[in-house]
Structures are given as C-alpha cells and as structure tokens.
Design a protein around this ligand. Structure first.
Ligand code: SF4
Ligand code: F3S
Length: 377
C-alpha cells in the first residue's frame, strides 16, 4: 500500500476513520488471499459517493446471521452497513416497516436494476406453493424469484440460505431449500454457509463483488474458495493431539480438559471445509471458535453433515491429510499448542500415505475408556 494511494482516500468512511477502515480492508484482502495493495482498491470501491445498494431478504431463519454481522468490529459492521452500504431493505434493520418497507424495496429495485446485491438469509419453503413463509402477504419463494433476476450478485448467508440448514432437517415439513435450489440453474448463488457464518467471510465476499465486479472463485458447493478451501482439521490447534493419538473420550474428562482432540466426541472437522480456526469469532482473541472452547465441530458449513449427520457420529477420515511432522504437544497449559505451532504442522502439504497409516493405527490403539491410557500410546 503506497502513501499516495492512501492519500487519495477520504479521511472518514461514514463514522469510520480511514485508518480503521483500511485495517478492515487489509483483513478482508488477507481473507481473500489478495495482495495487500488490493485493500486500497476495495476502499475506493466502497468510498464511491453512490453507496452500493443491498437488498436483504429473510426467509425461515433465526436472525443469527444478521446478529453475527452486527457483533463484528474492525470497524463495527453496523457502521459499515449503515454508513457505507445502502441497506435499502432488511426486515430486521430497516427503519420503515410493513407497507413502507415494501415500498422502499420496490423503489430501490427500480432505481438500481442490475446494480444491487441481493442477500438471502434463511431457508425458502417451497412445499404447498411456499405458504409456510409469507412476507407482506406473499410467499418468500415468489419474492425471491421476482428479485433475483434484477440483482448484480446473489449471496446466500448462512447454512439455511445455502442449502436449507435447520428448517430442512428431517422430516422437513415445509419443503425448505436453499436459495440456489429455489432459483434453479439459471442463477449463480454464492453460498457463505455456517451457523452462523463468520461475518468476515460474508463481508469479504460482498466487497469482492463490489470491487472486481465478478464472482470470487467458488467450489462445487458455490462457496468462495478463499474461505472454504481447506478442512477445519487442517488448521485446528488440536490437530497435533489427533496425530499423536490423544483423544478426549467424554466431556469433562482429563483429555477434554487438557485440550486433546475431540474426534471421538463427534468432531466433524475432518470432513468440514471452513476457516474457523484461523478467523475465529467475536473478536475476543485466541481459541474463540467451537473446537477452541471444547465443543466438537458439528459441520455447520458442510451440506450433508451439519443438521444431517448425528452429532455424536465419528467423522469420515477419508480426507485426512496428516502432516509428516507433528508439532509438539503442550499439555501444561490445558489447551494444546498455539496456532503458530499448528500452522507449521498442518500447513505441510503433500502429506504422506505413511503418515495416514500411522494416524489410523493410533486411532485403533486408543483404548475406549481412558484418556490417560491414550497418552501412553
Ligand atoms: Fe481438531 Fe476436530 Fe480434527 Fe480433532 S478431529 S484435530 S478437534 S478438527
Ligand atoms: Fe461450524 Fe464447525 Fe466452524 S460447527 S462454526 S464449521 S468449527
């Protein structure tokens, strides 16, 4: 980032200082794997006098995805949304309600044909012509199909919008599906799943579309590769314990308190793609993610795992990529090694089949009733 580029930017972005906003853009560019100089380009795109319009539709949901966004900082995302993006319609955050809100949406769509970003939060019920989610007297599915063709990009925030999430869990009485399924193949929906998703993954996606006027690289599930390109298991701080055969066997046992691997408690990290161990949640520091605080990952961002596989079921290990060097295990802190140590171990690519065999052997050797005996192994 050169000084002359920074000097071109306004001193304030709404209520956010240039310095704080550039910090946020730097995090976003790092999240997307872009060179640091792209931060200025993103800032310029967002600083344009024409604030990018966003229309946010809510289906069957708990508002958790909106909440996670509002709880973010660097800068506070409510400032980002209220000052930098023109949030023209959002059932929870819009000041107008009822018919006035519907009117605001119509006006925004008419004024910004092909230029607004459509965000979908929550699942869309399609059974019985969509009557199980009515907004302003009309089925959500009808509103979505009417709005989508006019949008510049469509982003599904959260697992419900991505593929149905909780509302679609068996027996799925309302026929809940994600935005892509409700819209069909003529549309390309970017999925940012999670329950809730990391707000920076969502914001980075929106900023990418606004800045580069194209979609980021997506995986086969429609998820941005920059956020969902790697398994939780590859980045997890408990991974050296997995490789060493140290497993918590019950919640609260010695292994659990020592920060050992949660695989035997049903952790779905080995089959779930997301960047939770690296991005963390809530801006409160290290280990602020499910596995970091002792809860197995239940695969919330993986279709067919979260809300589908039994919570206690052990994950498939077919995709395990054990490192060929194990990081040392530190048990006296009660939480396993730090992220930097794990990064060295987990980041080693081209992982040998032999190491996989060792891991499988160690899994087989761990006695089922004692975490301490696992240590001897
Ligand atoms: Fe971490 Fe879960 Fe993998 Fe264990 S199984 S190393 S807790 S992601
Ligand atoms: Fe979800 Fe697992 Fe991350 S449960 S929040 S993908 S650790």
């Amino acid at each position: 980032m050169e000084d002359k580029d920074i000097a071109r930017l306004p001193e304030h972005f709404g209520r956010v200082s240039r310095r704080d906003f550039l910090k946020f853009c730097a995090v976003a560019t790092a999240t997307m794997g872009l060179p640091l100089g792209a931060a200025v380009r993103i800032a310029e795109a967002v600083a344009s006098p024409q604030r990018p319009p966003v229309i946010w539709l809510s289906g069957q949901e708990c508002t958790g995805c909106t909440e996670t966004l509002l709880r973010s900082t660097h800068p506070t995302v409510d400032h980002l949304i209220l000052d930098l993006i023109s949030l023209d319609y959002h059932e929870t955050l819009s000041t107008p309600a009822g018919h006035l809100a519907e009117e605001a949406k119509k006006k925004s769509m008419a004024a910004h044909q092909g230029k607004f970003i459509l965000v979908v939060e929550g699942a869309i019920p399609i059974k019985d012509k969509g009557i199980y989610c009515m907004i302003g007297g009309r089925p959500m599915v009808e509103i979505l199909r009417e709005t989508a063709p006019q949008a510049m990009g469509i982003v599904a925030i959260g697992s419900c919008a991505a593929w149905g999430g909780i509302p679609s869990a068996e027996p799925n009485p309302t026929g809940a599906v994600g935005a892509q399924e409700a819209l069909g193949r003529d549309f390309k929906v970017i999925n940012v799943p999670g329950c809730p998703p990391n707000p920076y993954n969502f914001l980075s996606t929106v900023l990418y579309i606004l800045t580069f006027k194209k979609l980021p690289d997506l995986d086969k599930e429609g998820r941005p590769k920059f956020a969902y390109g790697r398994m939780i298991h590859e980045l997890c701080e408990r991974r050296p314990n997995f490789d060493a055969g140290r497993f918590a066997l019950e919640f609260g046992d010695e292994g659990h308190r020592q920060g050992w691997c949660l695989y035997k408690l049903g952790c779905k990290g080995p089959e779930t793609r997301n960047n939770c161990p690296a991005m963390l949640f809530g801006d409160v520091g290290s280990r602020s993610w499910p596995v970091g605080i002792g809860s197995p990952c239940f695969g919330c961002s993986e279709r067919g795992i979260g809300f589908t596989a039994p919570v206690v079921a052990q994950a498939s290990l077919q995709k395990v990529t054990p490192p060929d060097v194990c990081a040392p295990i530190v048990t006296d802190r009660g939480g396993g090694p730090g992220l930097a140590t794990v990064g060295v171990g987990a980041g080693l690519a081209g992982l040998a089949l032999g190491a996989g065999a060792v891991t499988a052997w160690k899994l087989g050797q761990v006695p089922s009733d004692s975490g301490e005996e696992a240590e001897k192994d």
